[in-house]
Structure formats: structure tokens, C-alpha cells
Design a protein around this ligand. Structure first.
Ligand SMILES: Nc1ncnc2c1ncn2[C@@H]1O[C@H](COP(=O)(O)OP(=O)(O)O)[C@@H](O)[C@H]1O
Ligand SMILES: [Mg+2]
Length: 247
């Protein structure tokens, strides 16, 4: 079953066409990775999908429902999509447990006790239960980002969007965040991920899409993309990643 379908998406900021002719199909349990130079449109695309940005043309279907229709309840749609971005956006005045249980309680009406039980179960699974009552600024960046991901999945979203969630972290912390995401892949989570971590993409991605100027210039399995890139722009991009030690 198809979880997400993008049909001919177009998005401009003023005169600048940022996304054009964009088509994508993500089956349930599939993981696709978006790569591309800074400014190629990865974040904009993800922000359009969770309705933080309005598209100018095209359709976005989530589980077959057109969420880009004018009469759609955007809050309801956002409640069924988990999103995590580069900057750790945990609420600093709430504990880890309060951060994670906020959406279940306020958006989904889950009872406090049940929400806390579910949250503790997740925290334990990922080795963070000791942090439950701490405030985010006492945690490492990697721990904060893992909490942000748990917060995004506690309500069992239909789709998880991850936008360069490791790019503000140093290598050891990157590894612990990527390993959590790999586990989610094992759970069958449907994900669309923008990342520069190609080693990681190789492990989890069913398909890698290389974006240039808001379009898919090339797409394929991670192996195809890494070992037999067709376009010069992709070759250059991979070379730059290699130079930066990220391949
Ligand atoms: N809110 C905005 N207003 C105007 N231009 C924007 C905005 N957000 C992104 N852009 C522009 O859209 C293009 C794509 O940006 P972005 O989606 O952030 O790319 P990426 O995530 O691949 O780096 C860039 O040229 C960027 O300057
Ligand atoms: Mg971006």
C-alpha cells in the first residue's frame, strides 16, 4: 500500500522556483533518502509534505487521502506525520518525559498515565530512561535528538520525516542517532529522510534521490548511486562528500 504520493509538486518563493515537476511514491514501510547540495530543495519538500509550506501546484496523497486539498484539516494531518529537524527543538522548560507525552495528551487525548507508560517504554528501549525527568539542556546533542525522534514516533505516525537530524552533531553522537533510525526501519517505519550520511543511506534506504534545483536529477538504489552515478552533478556531489569523509 502506498503511504505517500507526490504528484507534480511545484513550489516557488517569490520568483524563485524551488520545487518543480516533483513526483515521488513511498510505499508503506519503505525508506527513501533525499540527497543534494544545500539549496537543492530537500527541506522545502519535507516542509510541504507536513503542510508547513503551501504548494503552488500538484497533489500530496497520504494513505490515499489528498492532504493538499483546500478543505483539509492541517492539524489532523500534521498529527499523523512525525517530523524531526536539524535543530533540536525540544521544549527547554519541559522534562524529557513531558516533551514526549505532550502530543499524545494534547493532540490525541491519551490519558496522562498511559502516555507516560508508553513514553517510558520507548525511553527504556533506547537507553534513555534515566533521562526521563531531566531537562533537555542537560542532555548531549545526540540524546536530545534521540528524544526528539521518540517524541515524533510515540503517536505512531503514518510517516516520519527526518531533515538532516545529525548535521549538528559530532561523529559519536551521529552514530547513536543513526542507529536509532536503523531500528525504526527494522520496526517497519515509513520514512523520508534528508541526509548527507551516505554510509547510513546505504544501510537503510530502499531508494536514494539526488535533487538538483528542486527536481530529481537521478534516483536509484544506494549501491547504484554510489558505484555507478550517471550525472556529473551527482559525481561531483559524491566526490565532495568523500573529501569531507562522509562516504
Ligand atoms: N522561507 C523561504 N523563503 C524564501 N526562500 C526560501 C525559503 N526557504 C527556502 N528558500 C530557498 O529555497 C531553496 C531551497 O532551499 P531548501 O529547501 O532549504 O534546500 P536544502 O534543504 O536542500 O538545503 C533555496 O534557494 C532557499 O534559499
Ligand atoms: Mg535543508
Amino acid at each position: 500500500m502506498t503511504a505517500l504520493e507526490l504528484r507534480n509538486i511545484r513550489k516557488s518563493y517569490g520568483e524563485e522556483l524551488v520545487i518543480s515537476d516533483f513526483n515521488l511514491t513511498l510505499e508503506r514501510h519503505q525508506v527513501k533518502v533525499l540527497i543534494g547540495a544545500s539549496g537543492s530543495g530537500k527541506s522545502t519538500l519535507l516542509r510541504c509534505i507536513n503542510l508547513l509550506e503551501e504548494i503552488d501546484d500538484g497533489q500530496i496523497l497520504l494513505d490515499g487521502e489528498d492532504i493538499s486539498a483546500v478543505d483539509v484539516n492541517a492539524d489532523k494531518v500534521r498529527a499523523s506525520i512525525g517530523s524531526v529537524f536539524q535543530a533540536f527543538n525540544l521544549f527547554p522548560h519541559l522534562t524529557v518525559l513531558e516533551n514526549i507525552t505532550l502530543a499524545p495528551r494534547l493532540v490525541h487525548g491519551t490519558e496522562k498515565g498511559q502516555a507516560e507508560f508508553d513514553a517510558m517504554e520507548l525511553l527504556e528501549r533506547f537507553g534513555l530512561s534515566e533521562k526521563a525527568l531531566q531537562y533537555p539542556d542537560l542532555l548531549s546533542g545526540g540524546q536530545q535528538q534521540r528524544v526528539a525522534i521518540l517524541r515524533a514516533i510515540i503517536c505512531k505516525p503514518k510517516l516520519l520525516l527526518l531533515d538532516e537530524v545529525t548535521s549538528a552533531l559530532d561523529p559519536v553522537l551521529i552514530a547513536e542517532v543513526l542507529s536509532l533510525i536503523s531500528e525504526l526501519k527494522g520496526d517497519g517505519m515509513t520514512m523520508l529522510i534528508a541526509t548527507h550520511e551516505m554510509g547510513f543511506a546505504k544501510k537503510v534506504a530502499d531508494e536514494v534521490l539526488f535533487l538538483k534545483n528542486g527536481q530529481v536529477l537521478e534516483a536509484g538504489t544506494p549501491l547504484q548511486m554510489l558505484e555507478d552515478p550517471q550525472h556529473l552533478a551527482l559525481k561531483n556531489f559524491l566526490f565532495a562528500l568523500e573529501q569531507a569523509g562522509r562516504l
